[in-house]
Design a protein around this ligand. Structure first.
Ligand SMILES: NC(=O)c1ccc[n+]([C@@H]2O[C@H](COP(=O)([O-])OP(=O)(O)OC[C@H]3O[C@@H](n4cnc5c(N)ncnc54)[C@H](O)[C@@H]3O)[C@@H](O)[C@H]2O)c1
Length: 277
């Protein structure tokens, strides 16, 4: 079958540019994958960016100008210290991106086989970590009467699959954290939203390709026919953090190549080109 895209001449598709000059941003888990792309997007558009990550080795790959602070978001003290350092250093905090999360290989089990220590670890980073960062950031934002918090959730928080009994429900909770905080702090000039990516080409996804049926099957599950790139999530985060999204709060944006729209079982896409990632 010849698709229209194979014979058509590309049309202009427009462009959006961001200006974050003077803004101060914290991104957790910014040393890798989606977090790194978010750090770079903000830095390129003029912001002061602090990457809060537990991985000191990963900080070597950060673009010049991005500040690295070692921080384990499962520790309330670490979260408070990175927020306080940022405010002292840069005089305020405009955007917090809660992105650091884990999906350990040993969490891919039905819950009756899930070790309690794995459950506790996922809760501590993926749920408590987001709350600890927000607990530290929101008082500064309230004082400024401005700020944006963005929680990175997941398509797996909207719909579910086998073997994600820890990761999936906690990602759903990340959305409700955002909604609850949005309602709580809306009259303080603070917006809070979440972003739910589909599969994005990052170390986290590559580490679990076997559990997802392999790269070609994973790509084919997305109506767009491929998985996403970290920059495609970063662009959504940049837009949500800016003035063009001034009336957007307490909601979630799925950045997923149509994955979430594909719910029915009829007529699956043929695996015509089963190349791997
Ligand atoms: N990649 C995907 O397909 C996908 C899909 C949906 C949602 N997400 C979400 O996007 C976010 C980023 O995922 P990714 O694929 O870029 O992951 P990744 O594994 O590539 O990067 C995660 C980063 O978080 C850091 N980190 C982990 N635990 C930490 C802790 N306790 N304290 C501080 N830093 C910590 C790691 O060191 C790493 O730099 C996560 O919230 C994930 O759930 C990813």
């Amino acid at each position: 079958m010849t698709r229209n895209s194979e014979k058509s001449v590309p049309r202009p598709c427009g462009a959006v540019t961001f200006d974050n000059t003077g803004r101060v941003i914290i991104v957790t888990g910014g040393c890798s994958g989606i977090g790194r792309a978010i750090c770079e997007g903000f830095a390129k558009s003029g912001a002061a960016v602090v990457c809060a990550d537990r991985d000191t080795a990963g900080s070597r790959h950060l673009a010049e100008g991005i500040e690295f602070r070692q921080c384990d978001t499962s520790s309330k003290d670490d979260c408070a210290s990175v927020v306080n350092w940022t405010v002292e250093q840069f005089g305020g905090l405009d955007v917090l991106v809660n992105n650091a999360a884990i999906q350990p290989k040993d969490s891919y089990r039905p819950i009756h086989e899930l070790p309690v220590d794995v459950w506790d670890r996922v809760i501590r980073v993926n749920l408590s970590g987001y709350t600890f960062m927000a607990m530290s950031a929101l008082p500064h934002m309230r004082q400024q009467n401005s700020g944006v918090v963005i929680n990175i959730s997941s398509g797996q928080g909207h719909r579910t699959a086998r073997h994600v009994g820890a990761y999936g429900p906690i990602k759903a909770a990340n959305m409700m954290q955002a909604r609850q905080w949005a309602v709580e702090y809306a009259r303080d000039g603070i917006r809070v939203v979440s972003v739910s990516p589909g599969a994005i080409d990052t170390p986290l996804v590559r580490a679990s390709l076997a559990q997802q049926g392999g790269g070609a099957a994973l790509a084919n599950r997305h109506p767009i026919g491929r998985i996403g790139q970290p920059e495609e999530v970063a662009n959504a985060v940049l837009w949500l953090s800016g003035p063009d999204a001034s009336f957007v709060t307490g909601t979630d944006l799925e950045v997923d190549g149509g994955l979430g729209a594909l719910g029915a079982f009829a007529d699956p896409y043929p695996m015509s080109n089963p190349t791997d990632l």
